[in-house]
Design a protein around this ligand. Sequence first.
Ligand SMILES: [Zn+2]
Length: 220
Amino acid sequence: MIPYVDIHTHIVQKTNDIFIYNCSDFHEIKSILSNCSIGIHPWNIQSKEQIDDWCELFEQTIFHKSILCIGECGLDKTKPQTFELQLYACMKQFKLAQKYHMPVIVHCVRAYYDIISLYKNVKCTFPLVFHKFSGNQHVVQALLAYPMYMSFGCEICFRPFPEFYKDIPVQRVFAETDNNTQIPIAEVYSCLSRALNIDVEILKNQIFKNYKVFIQPCNS
Ligand SMILES: [Zn+2]
């Protein structure tokens, strides 16, 4: 049986499927047995010192076997007060991902091109997934030049699907539940299969393959 892959969730799940749990802090890591990601969310940024301390702590914790990805980190232009600091935090986390060969889970609001520029400027090569992707078709075209993925959550079950979704290569797609407890990952898959106009079993197979490619840096 091919498992479902929930690429980004804030809820520890009792399942045989695959999920990447987003750890809220370093204390939690010690008790987490599932694969997890850890990062500084752009909403939680306060100061340069806080970011530097976080990065130091990350380097002390990195060898914990549960940590699979950095994230969620990223940029959010609905919080313009801290944008300069967000850029600094994101740059530092991208550098860590590059140093330790880790994939990254990105939170991005109205800043897709900023993330792509940062990725280029830091000379990144790791795979990156935009969680809750909401970019337009120009963004899709721009990010396909890099090992970047688009993840879709339960919103895809409620909003009308933009027509260009059908052109998104399925090799670059993930699904997630994020912090939703009502819509199981299987349902997100079926909504996504309708949006992309592809059979759900084919989608399941492909996302599992995508996952193996996505986490490859950790195994090399
Ligand atoms: Zn999240």
